[in-house]
Design a protein around this ligand. Structure first.
Ligand code: GLU
Length: 434
């Protein structure tokens, strides 16, 4: 493993990447103080185990060679192999990869999975490349990652702008580079694969389903239902779409959506399936959907509603946008959508936040099911998957909700306390080698 650090050039960083590490460290330290975390374990968890920065060449369709920069950060593996997604986005850098890897460690620990945390990706805008180029970029990156990933070592999955097709290319490349007799036994090097290539029924909807369930559990704890509740969604990708889909099925109303192309508003409700069909026939672009009006992007978070679901990039709810939020509940579908200052404002306004490491954990829980299936050769029908997912998510929600109530703290700090305590126990039991 090559260990590298990178000097961050603050001028090239934009607002989307601002302080992701600052956020996760502040959240971590708050919880560590609350549980009086063993100081030696605090030192270990405050840094990442391994950081891989890879430059690799790929031949473009026009014959030119382009050099790409890929990352894989492995934060901690005290509880099991590193686990976490790969994202393709211009904001991917070492700061983002570190923070996202840390969030994975807390997420898998909280969910009670036998995994640690990792994250990575490639710094690029995928809309600028053809499908053939994306395939070559993915395969060459996988080849460069080589034995730094593996089914019992570090298991990537989809994240922003990557999907089951990306995972199929990674699995195929990784398996092709193994000796023939070992190829099939390596299928679980990635999760989130297409069904026919060892994927899990329901993995596509798992994250959004989990966001919906967390919202429902929270309302149920107040003796309320989803019927008639108004919600807004930032990001109409895999997470945003499926969360909206399930919420609408239970009588909630989507009143505003925002994506990179525009912000839509309709107080009477936007029909999720219609918007989805419109967006898929327009290359993922929601702007121009006829059954809603366009609003200014700065007005999106201020739309009158009960529930706000940030399901796009990090650092969206900040000291600028947080004061406008009218929702009673913020359900974090994205990783790190609320920065530290934004969170303070929300909490002071009495708004509940279901934190990312709980709210979007349905994805990695389903990844775990896929990994188990691949290891055992079993195949579960979708109803069984959704059932198992719901049980696990309910268990996590109840633990966090009770802990927060008993300790008089917010749900994020509670979730961190539970997650960190589990890792602390593992370290105390095993000691530090040598
Ligand atoms: N990228 C997803 C996340 O942030 C899923 C990770 C996984 O399934 O390993 O949780």
């Amino acid at each position: 493993m090559e260990i590298m650090t990178e000097e961050l050039n603050s001028k090239t960083k934009n607002i989307l990447k601002r302080g992701m590490m600052d956020n996760v460290m502040e959240q971590f330290n708050r919880a560590a103080n609350h549980i009086h975390l063993n100081p030696n374990i605090r030192k270990i968890l405050s840094i990442t185990n391994n950081e891989l920065v890879i430059h690799f060449p790929v031949k473009m369709d026009n014959g030119d060679v382009e050099i790409f920069r890929g990352y894989r950060v492995q934060h901690n593996n005290a509880l099991g192999p590193y686990k976490g997604g790969l994202r393709y986005h211009p904001t991917v850098d070492i700061d983002a990869a570190r923070a996202l890897a840390m969030w994975m460690t807390w997420k898998t620990s909280l969910a009670g999975l036998p995994y640690g945390g990792g994250k990575g990706g490639i710094q690029l805008d995928p809309s600028k490349y053809s499908q053939g180029e994306l395939e070559r970029i993915t395969r060459r990156f996988t080849f460069a990652l080589a034995d730094n990933i593996g089914p019992e070592h570090d298991i990537p999955a989809p994240d922003l702008n990557t999907n089951s097709q990306t995972m199929a290319w990674i699995a195929d490349t990784y398996m092709s580079t193994r000796p023939p007799a070992e190829r099939s036994a390596n299928q679980h090097v990635v999760t989130g694969k297409p069904i026919e290539s060892g994927g899990l029924e329901g993995r596509d909807r798992a994250t959004g389903f989990g966001v919906y369930l967390n919202i429902k559990f929270w309302l149920n704890s107040k003796n309320e239902t989803l019927q008639g509740k108004r919600f807004i969604v930032q990001g109409f990708g895999n997470v945003g779409y499926w969360a909206a889909y399930f919420l609408e099925q239970e009588g909630a109303k989507l009143v505003a959506v925002q994506d990179v192309f525009g912000s839509l508003y309709n107080p009477e409700g936007i029909q999720v399936e219609k918007l989805y069909n419109y967006s898929t026939s327009n290359k993922g672009n929601i702007a121009g959907f006829p059954e809603a009006s366009i609003i200014d992007k700065h007005d999106f978070f201020g739309v009158d509603c009960d529930i706000c679901i940030p399901a796009a990039l990090g650092n969206q709810i900040t000291k600028e946008s947080a004061p406008n939020i009218k929702a009673r509940l913020v359900a974090e579908g994205a990783n790190g959508p609320t920065d530290v200052e934004g969170e303070k404002i929300l909490l002071a306004k009495g708004i509940t936040i279901i934190p990312d490491i709980l709210c979007n954990s349905g994805g990695v829980i389903a990844s775990y099911f896929e990994w188990l299936q691949n290891r055992s050769g079993d195949m579960w029908p979708i109803d069984e998957v959704m059932d198992k997912l719901e049980k696990k998510l309910k268990n996590s929600f109840d633990k966090v909700y009770e802990y927060a109530k008993n300790e008089g703290i917010d749900m994020r700090t509670a979730a961190y306390c539970i997650a960190i305590t589990r890792i602390e126990k593992a370290y105390v039991q095993r000691g530090i080698f040598p």
